[in-house]
Design a protein around this ligand. Structure first.
Ligand code: NIG
Ligand code: FE
Length: 424
């Protein structure tokens, strides 16, 4: 299939973009892409590719922008129920961590998730996966973390494996057993850490090798935060996971700076995420490393807080910056990377080009998949978007409506607008 006549084709070609290199779009005017067998076979100008492949079935992107599918490298996609009641509480002034300390927050979703059947978890999570996909996310990282015991955490992994098999949204799976201290260990937090390191992680490795032998090991993540896991406990979890061969991630500096970002660098984690209270020393450590700084601007927005990731400092220091939704029932229930981009531009003063690179090639590197997705390059998976806009800067500029006309995933075209037209 030849996709042609786009006003602008953003290739994002090349390696992940560090520091001030962020925002190189590799823009081709009147661009075209040749797709065969799920992969990209050629990229170039429309006239050139049409002349070289005259008999190829064609799809016109006239008046539209083509760009790589968004990669959302941080979501908590599988959960049951909602916390609309807590949103009301938070907006009337009760702090997020106070709600958690009183057994609400994450623990309220844990209760609802433990009570849900596998079938119900799959259908609730599928609805979110479909919304993300229709808004242009072609690959998303997705974490467990609302089970907090072996059986429930495994059920969340089963949910994610089933949805990844089903598609079209592709998932990069993460085990976040260390999301909160399990209620059973309320008075013995170290007991829960020991349970994770001595029991859950080794069992997870065996379970994964039996249930998902076709996939590489999942990431292991930890919520390094006041009232969750201390720096030392985070180190215990991640060091054990690393020694078992799991790739690593961390939630760091969302509310307090405990040193999680520097720990991520020390342990060679793929990413350190949130990074609101991150110090200059942490930023310097990140900038010298291959650990991607993943900013989640919807989280402070969702909590109506005023501080965001110091993205400009990370860029100036030479760090690798990516963006993600953090989609979860507590702090920010939003599946759209288009909204993340619009918010990142305003709250962190990214240009649309920087925000797009942070949501594609750099986001792919945050889940260590930049060799197969995140840009439109020969040999990569054919994951791309046709946006009904004439210029890429409409991303960022516009928000609150869906700009996607079609999503192409592994070479297959999914129409978005068609559903709306049919309703009329
Ligand atoms: O990334 N920080 C920890 N986890 C989520 C919130 C989870 C919840 O409140 O359910 C986050 O913001
Ligand atoms: Fe998170």
């Amino acid at each position: 299939m030849l996709l042609h006549s786009s006003t602008q084709l953003l290739t994002l070609q090349g390696p992940p973009q560090r520091g001030r290199d962020l925002g190189a779009l590799g823009l081709i005017e009147n661009g075209a892409v040749l797709i065969r067998d799920e992969k990209i076979l050629a990229v170039g100008g429309t006239d050139e590719l049409r002349a070289s492949f005259p008999d190829e079935p064609a799809l016109s992107a006239d008046g539209c922008v083509i760009l790589p599918g968004f990669v959302d490298p941080h979501t908590h996609l599988p959960w049951a129920g909602d916390r609309a009641n807590e949103f009301e509480l938070k907006m009337s002034g009760v702090p997020y961590l106070d709600i958690l300390a009183k057994g609400g927050g994450i623990l309220s979703t844990v209760k609802q998730t433990r009570a849900a059947s596998l079938k119900s978890l799959i259908s609730q999570t599928r609805a979110r996966a479909q919304r993300a996909f229709l808004h242009g996310t072609t690959t998303a990282e997705a974490k467990t973390g609302y089970g907090l015991n072996l059986a429930s955490e495994l059920r969340l992994l089963q949910t994610l494996l089933a949805l990844n098999d089903e598609g079209p949204l592709e998932l990069a799976i993460t085990f976040l057993g260390a999301h909160a201290i399990a209620p059973e260990f309320k008075n013995d937090p170290q007991g829960y850490v020991d349970e994770i390191t001595n029991t859950m992680l080794p069992l997870l490795k065996d379970w994964w090798e039996t249930h998902a032998p076709h996939l590489t090991l999942p990431f292991v993540d930890v919520f390094c935060e006041t009232k969750a896991f201390s720096l030392d406990q985070s180190r215990q979890v991640l060091a054990r996971a690393g020694s078992l061969g799991f790739p690593l991630k961390i939630h760091a500096d969302e509310f307090d700076n405990l040193g999680g970002a520097t720990l991520a660098v020390e342990l060679g984690a793929a990413s350190a995420d949130h990074l609101v209270r991150t110090s200059d020393a942490d930023i310097a450590a990140l900038a010298k490393s291959d650990t991607v700084a993943v900013s989640l601007p919807c989280t402070p927005f969702g909590l109506a807080e005023k501080d965001y990731t110091p993205a400009q400092k990370i860029i100036a220091a030479g760090g690798l910056l990516a963006l993600a939704s953090d989609c979860n029932p507590g702090t920010t229930w939003n599946e759209s990377m288009q909204f993340v981009i619009a918010l990142a531009c305003r709250a962190m003063k990214l240009t649309p080009a920087q925000a797009i690179a942070a949501s594609t090639i750099n986001a792919a590197h945050a889940i260590r998949r930049a060799d197969t997705i995140g840009s439109i390059e020969v040999g990569k998976q054919a994951d791309l978007l046709i946006l009904s806009v004439p210029d890429y800067r409409h991303l960022g500029y516009r928000y609150g409506t869906n700009l996607v006309r079609q999503v192409v995933k592994r070479g297959k075209v999914y129409s978005v607008d068609a559903n709306y037209y049919r309703m009329a």
